[in-house]
Design a binder for this molecule. Sequence first.
Ligand SMILES: [Mg+2]
Length: 264
Amino acid sequence: MDFGRLTVTFLLLSFATSSLSERLIRMSTEDRGTSSVYSGVPSSRRNTDLLCESWKFSVETNDAGVWYTVPEKCVSFVNNYLNGERYRYDSEVIADYAIEYAKTVNIAGDGKDAWIFDVDETLLSNLPWYATHGFGSEVFDEDSFNKWVDLAEAPALPASLRLYNELQQLGFKIFLLTGRTESQRKSTDKNLLDAEYTNYESLILRATSDEGKPATLYKSEKRQELIDGGYRIHGSSGDQWSDLLGFAIGTRSFKLPNPMYYIL
Ligand SMILES: [Mg+2]
C-alpha cells in the first residue's frame, strides 16, 4: 500500500471507529524520512542542517501538507531551533508585523473589534513537555500531554505576550480559540493567568458537540459565531494552518513557527 492510500485508510478508519480528535493526527503511521523527501539532492552533497532547514520551510509554509512526526535526522535541528535564538527572533518579528498591522486598524469603539489567538504554541509553550518527548519525533502520547496540561505550568511565549498586551492597549477584544476541551478549562484558565494573559474576552474550548471535528472546521464555526455576534475579526494568530484557514477567517493571519507537530 502506498503512503497516500495508507493515509486515507488511516483517516477513514479514524472517522469510523472514533472521533478524530485533533491529537490523533499527530500519531505516526509512517516516518517520512528526509531521504525520500529530498531525493532530488544527490546523497554525496546532502547536508543534514540544510535538509532540515528546507524541511522546516516546507512544513511552515504548508507545502508539506499533512505530516506526522519530525524526521529522526532532524530532531537535534528542531531542538536547536526551538531552544536557540532563532525561534525567539522569528516569533518577535512576527509579533512586530502583527503590531504594525494592528495599529492601522480603525478601532470603532463599539467593543466589536476582535483578535483571535490560539493557545498551544501560540500563547503558551509546551516545549518543556516536548523536550522530554523527542521534540515531535515520537508518537503523540495524549495521556501524558493531558497530565502536563493539568499541571498548568506552560510558560508564555514572550513575543505573543507582548503582542497580546499591545492589542489590548489598542482596544481589541481578545478571544482565545483552542482545541483543548472544556474539561481542561480550569487548568487552561489558571495557566493563562499565571502566564500573565489577563482580561481576555472569552476562552473558547471544544465542547462535547465539537468532538470529532477537524480543527479547521471547529475553529471556522467558532469564528462564524463571533461574526454572527457582530464582531469584526481583524487578525488571527496561530501556530497551525488549521488556526488560520477555513471560513470566517480574519482579515490578516499571523502564522507562528511550529516544527514539532501538525494538526489537521
Ligand atoms: Mg496551537
